[in-house]
Design a protein around this ligand. Sequence first.
Ligand code: GLU
Length: 566
Amino acid sequence: MKPKKFHNHKNGNKNGIRMQIIERLFPNLEITPEEVENKYPPRDLEASAKVTRVAPSPTGFMHIGGIFAALLSERLAHQSGGVFFVRIEDTDKKREVEGAAQLIIDSLSRFNIPVDEGETLTGEEKGNYGPYRQSKRENIYKTFARKLVQEDRAYPCFCTVEELKEMTSQQEKNKSKIGYYGDWAKCRDKSDEDVLKALDERKPFVIRFKSSGSCKKRMEFEDMIKGKLSMPENDNDIVIIKSDGLPTYHFAHVVDDHFMGTTDVVRGDEWLSSVPLHIELFRSLGWKPPRYGHFPPIQKLEGHSKRKLSKRKDPEANVLFYDEEGYSSIAVTEYLLNLIDSDFENWRKQNPQTDNRDFPIRLEHLAGSAGPLLDMVKLQDINKDYISKLSAEEVLEQCTTWAEKYDEDLFRKLKENPDYSKRIFSIERGGELPPRKDIAKWSDVRHQIEYFFDDIFKAADIDFKKLLPGMTKVEIKRVAEKFLSIYDEQDDKTTWFSKVKDAAKSLGYADSAKAFKKEKDKYKGHVGDVAMVARVLLTGRTQAPELFEVIHCMGADRVRKRLKNI
Ligand code: GLU
């Protein structure tokens, strides 16, 4: 005889058994669905206001895609007069890493993503729809899992790991769909007596959702990014409560998004195939699902081809990378806005001073893209642009803050020489000409400014052969001596220039590149070659900011000493 189904309770005794089972599955669960409903009344917002969230798992790594999703969600909410909150999805205790939740909150703050509700930097929570950490909401999930069991939309499953493995390998062999469904769902039809017996034997169990879908039927839904989609219905009896009593992501996010009033969920494509399941879960609980939008994974270029940014292989997948390298979080944010909506670049050109919050992002612009492409060259350009607009004081301040964390030597140098450092950062900055865009990130600064410091700059290391090819030591010395003789720290830029031109001529060089081109035989070279000698002697390199400014910044003693240093 076929065993009676778990939900089959025709007489009082049966009812008694069921009550016993439910009590054993959810012992001491005092709270009722009504009480939960009362605790979280619907939000009092305009109909057009969006409530969005970011819901990362604290696994020790904050992917740049997570910041991308957070920024997108935050802007959608705030541009509509809604609410943006953060929920820590920490129900997978095996994968959880200590301190990771803090890292998430820190990252959101570092990238200037304002959070209305959720955990704050101090670890406290703000907002009326909490707790915002799933591990603190265990009883809420259980209340609704129990409701589903009572309504015969969920059941306990006692299958062991080995049994499930065996089932999967059978399915692989038969080329059947992998999963716990239809006839494969062994525990679905367990009789109440068998369930009670298993519970008596203290067999570990999970609670599974009883799907009423069929993979032969299709369901349609409107994705906010991809548009109308048609997918097979879910027919999998997924686990909703694990053996440790905690919910799975699928179940927990449904309960939370309902009670927290989420209206719009933007998340990665990896969740797209779960939409039919999520919608079925919402409906089985009598709730309205939020709107979903799925974006493709962030990509990067490798050679000429694109590939998904890899958490393992690519350091730039980790948000900490941007901090370590010394990218400004504002530049990264603007870069991400570019990836979200390519209109941003034009908008920024037309509104150079406006706060980027005023840029109205449109999700549709993400549609059809194979995946936002992370282009570090472009990011560096944006960061260069950002830094070029800062004053010398701001550069000093921000660079010092960075160095304090990541470059001890640089930090000491900047701290010990604040005025000199400020002069260095003032070079080609704040004048009439457009500022010099030389610093792409703070980690470049050390190399860029080290020659200004006597204890780092080593005249003996200058490779004249390489830097001034074709010029003899004797000639270099002659030019250097000439520079020494004309140098006067009182000179302004114009006087200095004309002096250098005269010096060039007196040494047998043309006073301009043009003049040299015309009569090459007549000259040894041109004024640029002469200036190059001074540049190499002063900085040890052929590429440096404008010579006059470098000289001015270094100060007379240092300049004289270096010009003599040959
Ligand atoms: N906890 C999920 C994750 O980290 C969140 C997915 C979602 O946004 O719904 O991927």
